[in-house]
Design a protein around this ligand. Sequence first.
Ligand code: NDP
Length: 240
Amino acid sequence: MARVALVTGGTRGIGEAISVTLKENGYNVVANYAGNAQAAEEFTKRTGIPAYKFDVGDFAACEEGIKKITADHGPIEVLVNNAGITRDTTINRMDPQQWVDVIQTNLTSCFNLSRLVIEHMREIGFGRIINIGSINGQAGQYGQVNYAAAKSGIHGFTKALAQEGAAKGITVNAIAPGYIDTDMVRAVPENVLEKIIAGIPVKRLGKPEEIADGVLFLAKDESGFITGSTLSINGGQHMY
Ligand code: NDP
């Protein structure tokens, strides 16, 4: 039986590429999204992958969402915590809501969904949790104290949960993408983006599929000896 994989924020950008790559490689993929119903419908039409709307930052909503997905497809064995948002501004202009929204959507979501799928993974002695961090969680970024804190938190979360899951066959890893060509990056002013690209050794933005390939690698049954690690896919921009 194909393993059920949930990709949060799986209907657009990097998440869409992850959903499609996992499906092409035999997983029974389910995507989640926040509210852009048009994008989600088009995604499902294009890919045949079902999309479930719920806010990953809200535990009760996640609980409801996971219940529906489990009833429709069976329990989740691969979880990709990909959903994320930015609310960029310097701290002197940042209001508390911009802080809370980014922490909830990017970081609390990883707790919410991992908490809801972990019991089944522990029971069957298998699980893959892959969290999408960011180069800006590793290196920091001007105007992103909220986002950098959330993404940096993901890296700590990954290492702690990896220790808890290790003896139960559950691996927990992170991917830290650099600048990838999606709506999120297209929102950056062109002159700023040009400077960013000039600073990337491979001199281009990454493609969503290049992140998806990393997720597939970590999701495989054969990758059971890789846990607690962060795979940096960033064109050499930041070398750890
Ligand atoms: P996009 O903005 O292109 O897509 C975001 C996806 O997340 C959408 O499907 C969106 O749903 C969903 N989403 C947002 N908020 C929520 C929520 N509260 N509940 C459920 N789903 C939600 O993002 P990217 O593809 O660019 O980014 C994907 C991940 O990669 C993020 O975690 C991001 O931080 C990270 N990343 C991206 C980089 C880049 O260069 N693009 C670089 C480093 C990291 P909807 O369509 O309904 O809005």
